[in-house]
Design a protein around this ligand. Structure first.
Ligand code: URA
Length: 436
């Protein structure tokens, strides 16, 4: 077999066999197939799509590119959550300690920033010393000690996703149902979990902008997980505007701690508690989702979730003092404001542009080798439905380098859509639930 022939086959809308997919994925993971050929194949898949059997083959080949963990030595159920990605989406940092404090085990393998969206691993690395590259042995040790561990794909676990994910990030090959499903499910099925809650985003800040596309992605992932014997549900949740008030790495760690302290913005708090509730329910810790929600609220109210977060940071080598002293997180030297050019109401946002602006200022990658500036961030002062006066602050930008500041400001200002009256529809964050 030759990679060039398989690229041509997909380019010409052909169907690849499992052996052919295996040849490409294993060859790329081993380093025998170069980035440029994998990138060409990914773009062909993005344009031509994959049928169901190709998708199943890709997911399984990626899953078995590394070890599939079991945690027989750790009692109780193992559960996790994964989001398809958005702007300001930091719920993993909040719900992992909530659920671990509530008695379940959370072995979480996450990703870095992808496209315009932020990644859990990059956020955690804003905490000085925090190590997301634990060996398998260290991962197991942290899990046993505190009930949660958050790491990236490794050479041992989901190595194919580690490489393909980084390549997709910089080759505009992210927004594709098959590639997203294979990426997410190969990581999650390798973790050794019993149950998985998926947060499938929909709207202008999501990879899937239309609700029907998000539902299709959710159905495919739920079916894949169930076929592998896992309990899986997917919540379709709105990403028409950033989640919470903060985006950017230090900013998002700060805001997550706020929620764990019982404060923080209502949308972020509610979604984190609801996702935790589903995790408790699927992990058979509670008999209903409602009971799960009450347990999640208790873990926050009693401070047990915050303590768990401190413990998790400490065990992964991080500086737990950031919990009480957020100034220990990387801080930007400069601030700039984006103000409204009109008076009226915010009726919509082009949320993806916020993520693009953030990446442009150093908070994301344009090339695989790029280093993230964890201090770069955005603070949002207005939400959809809010009234705004001309000259009033919309967004505060935290930055270190002003090379692309003007361009970022234009993108941010252009993200807001305003009108003379507030939108008539009430915004619902959880749109539907698939697989319940
Ligand atoms: N999250 C992932 O892990 N992979 C994707 O492809 C998209 C979101």
């Amino acid at each position: 077999m030759r990679a060039v022939d398989l690229i041509r086959k997909k380019r010409d809308s052909g169907e690849l066999s499992r052996e052919e997919i295996e040849f490409l994925v294993s060859g790329y993971t081993r380093g025998d197939i170069p980035d440029y050929q994998m990138a060409a194949w990914l773009m062909a898949v993005w344009i031509r799509g994959m049928n169901r059997s190709e998708l199943v083959a890709l997911t399984e080949v990626m899953l078995y590119s590394g070890q599939v963990l079991t945690h027989a030595d750790i009692p109780g159920k193992k559960v996790d959550k994964h989001s398809t990605g958005g702007v300001g989406d930091k719920t993993s940092l909040i719900l992992a300690p909530i659920v671990a404090a509530g008695g379940l085990t959370v072995p979480m393998i996450s990703g870095r920033g992808l496209g315009h969206t932020g990644g859990t691993l990059d956020k955690l690395e804003a905490i000085p010393g925090f190590n997301v590259n634990l060996s398998l042995e260290e991962f197991r040790h942290v899990l046993r000690e505190c009930g949660m561990a958050l790491i990236g794909q490794t050479a041992e676990i989901a190595p194919a996703d580690k490489k393909i994910y980084a390549l997709r990030d910089v080759t505009s090959t992210v927004e594709n149902i098959g590639l997203i499903c294979a990426s997410i499910m190969s990581k999650k099925l390798a973790e050794g979990i019993d149950a998985l809650v998926l947060d499938v985003k929909t709207g202008s800040g999501a990879f899937m902008k239309k609700e029907e596309e998000s539902v299709r992605l959710a159905e495919v992932m739920v079916e894949t997980g169930k076929r592998m014997g896992k309990k899986v549900v997917a919540l379709i949740t709105g990403m028409d505007e950033p989640l919470g008030r903060m985006a950017g790495h230090s900013n998002e760690v700060f805001e997550s701690v706020e929620v764990l302290k019982g404060r923080g913005p209502a949308d972020l708090r509610d979604l984190s508690l609801d996702l935790s509730a589903w995790m408790f329910f699927l992990g058979e810790r509670t008999e209903s989702v409602e009971e799960g929600r009450r347990l999640a609220e208790t873990m926050v109210a009693t401070g047990q979730a915050l303590e768990k977060f401190r413990e998790g940071i400490r065990l992964q080598g991080g500086d737990e003092r950031v919990v009480d002293a957020p100034e220990r997180l990387p801080q930007a030297r400069f601030r700039a404001e984006v103000v409204s050019s009109v008076s009226g109401y915010i009726t919509a946002t082009n949320c993806e542009q916020f993520g693009t602006a953030l990446a442009m200022l150093g908070g994301g990658r344009e090339k695989k080798e790029d280093k993230i500036d964890h201090a770069v961030g955005l603070e949002f002062h207005k939400r959809i439905g809010d009234s705004v006066e001309k000259g009033e602050k919309l967004v505060t930008i935290y930055y270190n380098n002003d090379v692309k500041l003007a361009e970022a400001k234009t993108l941010i200002a252009g993200s807001y859509v305003s009108g003379q009256s507030a939108p008539s529809e009430k915004r619902v964050l959880i749109r539907s639930i698939i697989g319940a």
